[in-house]
Design a protein around this ligand. Structure first.
Ligand code: S3P
Length: 429
């Protein structure tokens, strides 16, 4: 039974600790697999996406051990040391698995095929295939430019790539391929995207050369096994932060959240909306800054979010749009074309979800305009099998009057399997 119902009302109190960051978790497993020696990752994201990365790496000959503590030990095979796998490599719903592993497999002189579920196999892959081909990989996609992605790697040549889209997945794929290439590989980005790959390269003993808007790796660098303690996921924290700031009387502490500048755009936006969000530095983990948040319910005002800000909060747009719906005054989110290419067409999905609750939102070109001042009414909403829309629908149901059902709610297990239960536990009347 994958639907989930929620009756609106009440507030959030107490303390909650975030599950491990999904982006860092994928990279911890991939870098562990490429390193020399045995790495250990603790606090990995519990969702299906990171299991997909583990499954793909297992099929490619990487051994994992689950320690009683919950940590995972990764037996590295060294750069270029993965073993060919005859069948399709199943990346499930995970774009990060597919695109990062496309970079890794481009460095291996054998044939592999990455594929996934219907959502994954409809997402654009030419954005990684194009530059990886330019480095020397042979890559075939469907006519629509989607997976299944057949890759024959090997003999890569380093190059300089200026990214046309702001994408950390594309940047990471090229850097991972660059580790396996002859000479240096540079990526130039116009707007900063999440930099976990760069930080993890340093943690594994191969710091890249970094300058503003540019990162460079050298082929053949030796990665040394490392211990990765994964910080909490800010993209998960955003659901809690919005639920608390938008519900009168809430006071919630959200602990152990990754605080890097490329991931905290959502907090800057909430603060511009007048939300009571206090940030306190927490001990950093494995090269990533961390923080605790204290969030309290109060009044919100509309906000304008520029296109330049979009890459730094792209995964948080659904839940920020919900905050905008209950704020006083109009909000405008600019430059959201990338949202059309996520686990669903999230731009259309958000507008439809907000409309179902009686809020006014419309898409104008690549912009999302949310009217504000909505009195949300409980609704039946379809998650479109998109985890972030499902959790946004659940929080909307909490903020709405009456009863809400989120259809296909079980997809929250992609990033945050315990979300609904954790949420219900922190609710008081
Ligand atoms: C991710 C990068 C972003 C983000 C995704 C995770 C990553 O995607 O939306 O959830 O881990 O590199 P894009 O690179 O497509 O922007």
């Amino acid at each position: 039974m994958s639907d989930r119902s929620v009756v609106g009302g009440g507030r959030l109190t107490g303390e909650v600790r975030m599950p491990g960051d999904k982006s860092v978790s994928h990279r911890a497993l991939i870098f562990g697999a490429l390193a020399e020696g045995v790495s250990e990752a603790s606090g990995l994201a519990p969702g299906a996406d990171v299991r997909s990365t583990r499954g793909v790496l297992t099929a490619l000959g990487v051994e994992f051990e689950d320690a009683p503590s919950g940590a995972v030990r990764v037996h590295g095979r060294g750069l270029g040391g993965l073993k060919a796998h005859a069948g399709e490599l199943d990346a499930g719903n995970s774009g990060t698995t597919t695109r990062l592993m496309a970079g890794v497999l481009s460095g291996h002189p054998f044939q592999s095929t990455l594929s996934g579920d219907a959502s994954l196999n409809s997402r654009p892959m030419e954005r990684v295939a194009g530059p990886l081909r330019a480095m020397g990989a042979k890559i075939d996609l469907t006519k629509a430019g989607t997976a299944p992605m057949a890759i024959r790697g090997g003999n890569l040549q380093g190059f300089t790539y200026e990214m046309p889209v702001a994408s950390a997945q594309v940047k990471s794929a090229i850097l991972l391929a660059g580790l396996h290439a002859a000479g240096a590989t540079s990526v130039i980005e116009k707007s900063p995207t999440r930099d976990h790959t760069e930080r993890m390269l340093a943690l594994f003993g191969a710091p890249p050369k970094r300058a503003p808007g540019r990162v460079e790796v050298k082929g053949g660098a030796c990665l040394k096994a490392a211990r990765v303690d994964v910080p909490g996921d800010p993209s998960s924290a955003a659901f809690w932060a919005v639920a608390a700031v938008a519900s009168a009387g809430s006071e919630l502490s959200v602990r152990g959240v990754l605080a890097g500048a490329t991931r905290t755009g959502y907090l800057a936006v909430l603060q511009r909306m007048g939300a009571d969000v206090r940030r306190a530095a927490a001990p950093s983990l494995s090269g990533e800054d961390c923080e605790d948040l204290i969030v309290r319910g109060g009044k919100l005002r509309g906000v304008e979010i520029t296109a330049a800000e979009a890459p730094g909060l792209i995964d948080e747009v659904p839940i920020l749009a919900l905050a905008a719906a209950v704020a006083d005054g109009e909000s405008v989110f600019r430059g959201l074309d990338e949202l059309r290419h996520k686990e669903s067409d999230r731009l259309a999905g958000i507008a439809a979800l907000l409309a179902a609750f009686g809020a006014k939102a419309r898409v104008d070109g690549d912009d999302l305009i949310v009217a504000g001042g909505a009195n949300l009414r409980g609704a039946t909403v379809d998650s479109l099998d998109d985890h972030r829309l499902a959790m946004t629908g659940y929080v909307a149901g909490f903020l709405a009057s009456g009863s809400t059902t989120v259809l296909k709610a079980a997809c929250a297990q992609i990033s945050y399997p315990s979300f609904y239960d954790d949420f219900d536990q922190r609710r008081t009347a």
